[in-house]
Design a protein around this ligand. Structure first.
Ligand code: HEC
Length: 122
């Protein structure tokens, strides 16, 4: 009976090893922070700029009156409330940014968390 108990404990230990992350999982996790749970603060350079570059600067380019190409500009737009309000509208609603439709929720979450984290540059 003792042997059986020892064996089942051993089996349980091995079985739990099977749930361990693969190297690929770990790599993916470090590259794509989960805004819902990641305790690390979002920064402009690492997390926000790539989203703005991919979704906004086609229209909000450097030199235009509503440029969003520098840290100061994006920070000011978030602080004014305009940027967060616009990106959280629904597709089709007046004023939604990007104009073509709402971004993936992950992108929106990153920018919302960046604001909550204190709008750090780096
Ligand atoms: C297809 C062009 C286009 C894209 C892409 C686009 N915008 Fe805009 N955006 C505009 C135009 C034109 C205006 C001015 C008209 C208006 O206020 O709706 C504007 C206005 C804004 C405003 C209000 C600015 C102000 O001074 O009141 C914000 C904030 C904004 N956009 C943020 C964004 C963000 C963030 C993205 C990317 C996630 C984005 N936009 C993508 C064209 C675009």
């Amino acid at each position: 009976m003792k042997k059986l108990l020892a064996l089942s404990i051993l089996l349980a230990v091995f079985a739990s090893c099977g749930d361990a992350d693969t190297y690929e999982d770990i790599e993916n996790k470090s590259e794509v922070p989960d805004p819902g749970t990641d305790p690390v603060a979002m920064t402009y350079t690492k997390n926000v700029k790539p989203i703005i570059d991919a979704n906004c600067i086609g229209c909000h380019r450097a030199g235009s009156s509503r440029a969003l190409t520098t840290y100061a500009q994006v920070k000011a737009s978030v602080e004014s409330g305009a940027l967060l309000a616009r990106i959280q509208l629904q597709t089709g609603q007046q004023g939604i940014m990007p104009q073509a439709g709402r971004m993936a929720q992950t992108n929106i979450d990153v920018i919302v968390k960046w604001n909550a984290d204190g709008l750090k540059e780096n």
